[in-house]
Design a protein around this ligand. Structure first.
Ligand SMILES: N[C@@H](CCC(=O)N[C@@H](CS)C(=O)NCC(=O)O)C(=O)O
Length: 205
């Protein structure tokens, strides 16, 4: 019997990129909801899958995996796809920008977005620091996308998915990106892909 991949986590936040990659690949999978309001993510059963008590997580038979970017890489490799990049250099660039976004931009955009789900305003010093962080890194991204169409060159890769799903927090943060025209143009292009609509739940049935 073949195992079907199970993806735990919603079609937003860090989990969104796992659904997006699966949709790009056409990988069949089962979505397993994790109800945060019931504390399911910190329950014993889920902690067996991800001891961090965070989504997303993947289960493939007796194999468990956490960390959204690792899950994306696993699905790409399992599918034998070049979505990770067509050459060693393109794969490395896709990783470079994925890590860049996760380690630099993400923390600031996630902080600015957090009132959207906590319903609590940010302390003004926290908000100022996060805005300064975003303003430091967004020009770097804008300059990069002024030199090439996609994050890792002339073709779409998981690097675009990983960076675009970090940028998605800007929407929740109500952050105006119009002074970064290369970013907004690229973001509009990659989120216009059918797989994005499918993954984010925006696709019409
Ligand atoms: N680096 C992790 C971050 C995962 C993460 O922060 N997940 C959030 C939802 S977007 C979560 O589960 N939060 C609950 C918690 O930390 O208790 C990844 O990319 O998978």
């Amino acid at each position: 019997m073949t195992n079907s991949i199970k993806l735990y986590g919603p079609r937003m936040g860090s989990s969104l990129r796992t659904h997006w990659v699966a949709a790009e690949l056409g990988t069949p999978y089962e979505t397993v909801p994790v109800d945060f309001s019931k504390g399911e993510h910190k329950g014993e059963a889920f902690l067996q899958i991800n001891p961090m008590g965070q989504v997303p997580a993947l289960v493939d038979g007796d194999f468990n995996l956490a960390e959204s970017m690792a899950i994306c890489s696993y699905m790409i490799e399992k599918a034998g796809s070049d979505l990770g990049g067509k050459t060693a250099q393109q794969r490395a660039k896709a990783w470079q920008w994925s890590l860049w976004a996760a380690l630099n931009l993400y923390q600031h955009l996630a902080t600015l977005a957090s009132p959207a789900w906590t319903q609590q305003p940010l302390a003004s010093d926290v908000e100022t620091a996060a805005k300064a962080g975003a303003a430091k890194y967004l020009p770097v991204l804008n300059a990069h996308l002024g030199t090439q169409r996609y994050m890792a060159g002339d073709s779409f890769t998981v690097g675009d998915i990983n960076v675009a799903t970090v940028l998605a927090y800007a929407t929740f943060a109500k952050l105006d990106l119009s002074s970064y025209p290369n970013v907004t143009k690229w973001l509009a292009g990659v989120t216009d892909r059918p797989a994005y609509a499918n993954a984010s739940g925006a696709a019409k049935a």
